[in-house]
Write a protein that binds this ligand. Structure first.
Ligand SMILES: [Zn+2]
Ligand SMILES: [Zn+2]
Length: 697
């Protein structure tokens, strides 16, 4: 080794250590530094990168540096305030980086709480000890152990499911398939308690925590007696840096025995896991849509595989990927056929709107059913997945429609107060005042076009003057805590009619809700995306599941212009299995996922031409590589196309889809391809990004 160490270093008494460091920079390489201090893999270090100082994570201790040793810089500080990241966690992060084709540093660093990866925390105005020591000493206050709630008796199917999960030796993926209200949560809680009792830890992923504090409360009440006070850590993106750091440290130190979190919690630093739970596994919010575009559901399966433990994916409407895996016995299916409360499923009625006289978007059938339920002192939910007052403002004289100046899309009319309205772009956030007259013809008679939740709320208040109407959507819940306050008023029976977007569909158990009315479900039906019917079915099943959970005579009315469509016919019979069979046949015939694997290269630029030119060049390159490396593998390269909403925030967007029936071959092609893409002629003129297993196309 001596011959490669620069002369000036040989003088030092301590041995020279070469360290390979992952940094959160958008380049694909790891960087080598030199350390005079003892350092191990998993340590965090402060290093100079260009003119900046950055925190990186040591991922290797090479014998020799990967570049000229005389050019290698010194590590500025080795941070020893927390234990090094474990090798199994680093192994997991490395898999994620390789699978999603991203630099390792872009996976590792964002997974750490901000104070652990920001240099100013250590060298800025704060105390020299760094924030971690201080915060670690300030333990979460010792709460009184919550009074243990009564543990419900399991029915025989729940019992069988728990037994199967606990009996699993080593890696195994279970698909817990049960309708809304069938008691999946009880299965998770029992299996988690037994896993904790065996001395192992549990990771439980849910799509959403903020909106469902009841779930967190009941989980704490049930599992804290087993996991200990402070034994439950909650991780989600709405936590402050300090809260996230404290939760993370409790997990890393081993104090927290169960982690409940949204998708980012898949990167929680726990090794001695005994069980991973992914609730509502079909939910699109498990997919991160920027940066490292990972699927937490898919990573959960891989992490369980890596650790040799069981993982359970639960849903009333599993993703077709998971369902197909269960059909092929790659996953083991566990069925919960009955509603745990032994009440019947809500009846579903399709109202064909084609020949009906509608009143502000409401059919006479729906209005009549609402009257009956309200007279019976039951609550009604009107579901419309479109917020704002109206999707656009319109001039009846010349046909002008309000449009965003930065995007190729309409601007949505929003009522701010009774007197004041604005036009908002839901894509770039632009807010404009409502014009007093048509910008094209000067006519002052501008009318709202179509309807959103605000307009429906307004009309229902007129139609049912005695009823208390509340709207729950992203606008009415912008202030912190307001969503919880609104939901609490629904639970307390202070609301008669609830108007809401998909926010209301997730996980809420409304005891007195008798009727669900679905407006404008057809909007998703004819989307270009092949997953749209699957998403629509899941959404409708979920919202339908809110009705009659306790009374047992719930009703769902879906207004549609296409009642004969398979998705509605399956909904009528609560027939997920039939819907899945039909959809999988269609997917197979078209060789779409899960019968093939996809990757999506997207590009954006001020003009559309360079974006399309770059993608055409990239397509050519992929075609050459495919011919060169893997002649036997069928790779389908689609033509580059502009996105449906081509311009957003003044950037024009286009995409290129790649598809193959052979996943390893596609992966290896992507690796070669990514190395060459930056050298493409148009690469510097566009912003581009690759997504593996895209969810939206
Ligand atoms: Zn006009
Ligand atoms: Zn816009």
């Amino acid at each position: 080794m001596a011959d490669i160490i620069p002369a000036e270093c040989v003088q030092t008494s301590a041995p020279i250590r070469w360290v390979r460091v992952a940094l959160d920079v958008p380049l694909a390489d790891l960087y080598d530094y030199r350390s005079n201090e003892a350092v191990v893999v998993g340590d965090r270090v402060i290093v100079a990168f260009g003119r900046r100082k950055m925190i990186g994570v040591v991922v290797g201790l090479p014998e020799v540096p990967g570049c000229d040793p005389s050019k290698v810089k010194d590590v500025l500080a080795v941070l020893k305030d927390i234990a090094p990241l474990s090798s199994s966690w680093l192994h997991f992060a490395t898999f994620a980086a390789e699978y999603y084709q991203r630099p390792l540093g872009e996976v590792i660093l964002p997974a750490l709480p901000m104070p652990l990866r920001s240099v100013p925390s250590y060298q800025g105005k704060r105390s020299g000890a760094g924030p971690v020591v201080r915060l670690a000493k300030r333990r979460a206050s010792q709460q009184e152990a919550t009074a243990t709630s009564v543990v419900p008796q399991l029915n025989s199917q729940q019992e069988q499911a728990v037994t199967a999960l606990i009996a699993a030796k080593g890696f195994k993926t279970f698909l817990l398939y049960g309708v809304t209200g069938s008691g999946k949560t009880e299965v998770y809680l029992h299996a988690a308690a037994q896993t904790l009792a065996l001395g192992k830890r549990v990771l439980m992923l849910v799509p959403e925590i903020n909106l469902t504090p009841q779930f967190e409360q009941s989980l704490r009440a049930r599992l804290e007696p087993v996991a200990g006070v402070n034994g439950v850590a909650v991780m989600h993106s709405a936590l402050s840096d300090g809260e996230r750091l404290r939760a993370w440290l409790r997990v890393q130190s081993g104090e927290a025995r169960i982690v409940l979190g949204t998708r980012l919690a898949i990167f929680a630093p726990l090794d001695d896991l005994g069980l991973i739970v992914v609730d509502e596994e079909h939910d699109p919010s498990y997919k991160q849509q920027d940066g490292l575009r990972y699927s937490a559901r898919d990573l959960a399966v891989w992490r369980a595989h890596d650790l040799g433990i069981p993982v359970v994916l639960g849903s009333a409407t599993p993703s077709l990927e998971s369902w197909a895996n269960a059909e092929k016995s790659i996953y083991q299916r566990l069925d919960l056929p009955a509603r745990a409360r032994a009440v019947t499923l809500p009846s579903v009625r399709l109202v064909d709107t084609r020949r009906l006289q509608m009143d502000h978007g409401l059919s006479p059938h729906l209005v009549e059913a609402m009257r009956a339920r309200l007279a019976n002192k039951e609550q009604v939910l009107i579901f419309l997945n479109r917020r704002g007052y109206a999707p656009a403002l319109h001039c009846n004289s010349c046909g002008w429609v309000s449009q965003c100046t930065r995007c190729t899309t309409f601007t949505v009319l929003h009522r701010l107060t009774a007197q004041r309205a604005q036009l908002h772009c839901h894509h770039c956030g632009l807010a404009q005042n409502v014009p007093k007259a048509c910008p094209d013809c000067g006519d002052q008679d501008l009318q709202p076009m179509g309807r959103g939740t605000q307009r429906v709320e307004e009309h229902l208040a007129e139609l049912f003057p005695g009823a208390r109407v509340v709207r729950i959507d992203a606008d009415s819940t912008r202030k912190k805590g307001s969503a919880q306050a609104l939901f609490a008023s629904v639970h307390a029976g202070e609301v008669d009619i609830l108007v809401g977007t998909q926010m209301v569909a997730k996980g809420h158990d409304f005891a007195n809700l008798g009727l669900v009315g679905v407006l404008n479900a057809d909007a998703l039906l004819f989307s270009q995306d092949f997953r749209a019917p699957e998403r629509l079915f899941a959404q409708l099943m979920q919202v339908a599941g809110r009705a009659g959970r306790h009374s047992g005579h719930g009703e769902v009315i879906v207004q549609t212009g296409y009642p004969e469509q398979a998705v509605y016919q399956a909904l009528l019979k609560h027939d997920y299995a039939g819907f899945a069979r039909h959809s999988l046949q269609e997917r197979q015939a078209a060789a779409l996922p899960p019968f093939s694997y996809q990757a999506l290269l997207s590009a954006e630029a001020r003009e559309l031409t360079p974006a399309l030119d770059f993608l055409r060049g990239a397509r050519e390159l992929a075609s050459e590589l495919s011919a060169h490396y893997q002649t036997e593998v069928v790779l389908t390269l689609y033509d580059p196309v502009p996105l449906r909403i081509v311009r957003v925030d003044n950037m024009c967007r286009a995409q290129l889809l790649l598809e193959s029936t052979n996943r390893p071959a596609l992966q290896s092609l992507l690796r070669h391809w990514l190395k060459l893409l930056p050298e493409q002629p148009d690469a510097r003129r566009v912003r581009w990004q690759l997504e593996v297993d895209p969810l939206e196309i």
